[in-house]
Design a protein around this ligand. Structure first.
Ligand code: SAM
Length: 261
């Protein structure tokens, strides 16, 4: 029976072979790799990944697709299928504690929570290749002074090297989504680009600073840091969040740690 694409699971299936080939070339899967694919769907990316000879784990939430995949890959020794919600998965349990590479043409509504969920095991994540909404990739990769530079840019760049790879048009999917997509490579960093102290303080400063991005830091950080502490961190309180570099955000987060301790 033909599968009806389910909106609630963000199902837009890739059918454009040139795009599929290009994604696989960017991933360059090796026989020694342990790959985890999130949302294999009708296996557009899965089939070429299997050909690489890598050990492949598939995480799929849609039970109908899980049955189809189980049937399709019953005799494929390097494939394991894990039914369930990727947002709730303990990734090291799947990888057996070994380093893994992550791949997914992700539903738009789960993409950012999923990336931060996975990053709790960043030491085991070799890299991640995701198809996301183009606008999300642009925000992840943006630098200071850009209109799209914001909380997602700063929080992602503190954890990962972000490399946008190429854009994918809506016509490459069935059904076609309303927006353009992009492929991005994320490589977790061993060390953040600047020391922010505890990450929860960075999160707090960055969230407050960008929650009113048109305001100066003096105003947007009013409930978080006093003006003289902003100056003491070497930052002009008359600046706005969108002008600050990662190391300036780290300096603000460190001052917050001094306040708390
Ligand atoms: N990889 C396929 C492709 O490129 O054609 C399908 C991509 S489709 C955009 C997203 C896939 O993720 C669907 O198969 C959907 O059922 C699955 N999915 C959605 N939410 C999920 C979740 N929370 N955990 C695991 N899989 C999920």
């Amino acid at each position: 029976m033909k599968h009806q694409a389910r909106k609630r699971f963000g199902q837009n299936f890739l059918h454009d072979q040139r795009v599929i080939d290009r994604i696989i070339t960017c991933i360059s899967p090796q026989p020694s790799d342990l790959l985890i694919e999130i949302g294999p769907g009708h296996a557009a990316l899965t089939k070429p990944l299997i050909k690489s000879g890598a050990e492949l784990h598939l995480l799929e939430i849609d039970r109908d697709l899980v049955s189809k995949l189980q049937h399709q890959f019953a005799d494929t020794p390097n494939v394991s299928i894990h039914p369930g919600d990727a947002l709730k998965v303990n990734f090291p349990e799947i990888s057996g504690g070994r380093p893994f590479r992550l791949i997914g043409n992700l539903p738009y509504n789960i993409s950012t929570p999923l990336i931060f969920h996975v990053l709790q095991w960043h030491e085991q994540v070799i890299d991640m290749h995701f198809m996301l909404q183009k606008e999300v990739v642009d925000r992840m990769a943006a630098g200071p002074g850009s209109r799209t530079y914001g909380r997602l840019s700063v929080m992602t760049q503190f954890r990962c090297r972000v490399t946008p790879l190429f854009d994918v048009l809506p016509e490459s999917f069935t059904p076609a989504p309303r927006v353009c997509s992009s492929i991005v490579r994320l490589e977790p960093l061993n060390e953040p680009p600047a020391d922010p102290g505890p990450f929860k303080n960075l999160e707090r400063v960055v969230t407050a600073a960008f929650s009113q991005r048109r305001k100066t830091l003096r105003n947007s950080l009013r409930d978080v840091l006093e003006t003289d502490r902003i100056s003491a961190a070497g930052i002009d309180p008359g600046q706005r969040a969108e002008q600050l570099s990662l190391s300036q955000f780290a300096a603000l987060a460190r001052s917050l740690s001094y306040d708390i301790n």
